[in-house]
Write a protein that binds this ligand. Structure first.
Ligand SMILES: C[S@@+](CC[C@H](N)C(=O)[O-])C[C@H]1O[C@@H](n2cnc3c(N)ncnc32)[C@H](O)[C@@H]1O
Length: 112
């Protein structure tokens, strides 16, 4: 459900669960996305079931996140940018860092 939105010729703002909005956006329709995902196990941002920070474990988070980045890839124009604020995350069971490459996530580091 979209709680509020503002759509102009230059930009669109939505106050909603991102999962409800992303699949309504057209393929190759955005130039830039910037976001800081709530990796599960770090902080809890709300008690809402669809808040990524409430995923029960790493696998559940990565399954949801995979859906999100596939949608981001679909709606982003070819050659344009999605910027993700992230950090090394420790798996508290294995004490190893999360391995995003295992889920076939491809990253490209851009140094500014
Ligand atoms: C790491 S915080 C970043 C917040 C924001 N960038 C800021 O600086 O205030 C992650 C945010 O994503 C929100 N979030 C979690 N799941 C979401 C979802 N499915 N759709 C939209 N936002 C979500 C969390 O509630 C939290 O506010």
């Amino acid at each position: 459900m979209i709680k509020d939105q503002l759509i102009t010729n230059e930009y669109a703002l939505y106050n909603a669960d991102c999962m409800d909005v992303l699949n309504t956006l057209e393929k190759d329709s955005i130039d830039l996305s910037v976001y800081s995902p709530p990796f599960c196990g770090l902080y809890q941002y709300s008690s809402l079931a669809n808040d990524f920070s409430n995923c029960a474990n790493e696998k559940e988070f990565l399954d949801q996140y995979e859906f999100l980045i596939k949608e981001m890839s679909r709606i982003t124009k070819p050659g344009r940018i999605t910027a993700v604020h992230c950090t090394d995350i420790i798996n508290t069971s294995t004490y190893h860092l999360w391995d995003f490459s295992r889920n076939n996530f491809v990253t490209r580091e851009i140094r500014i």
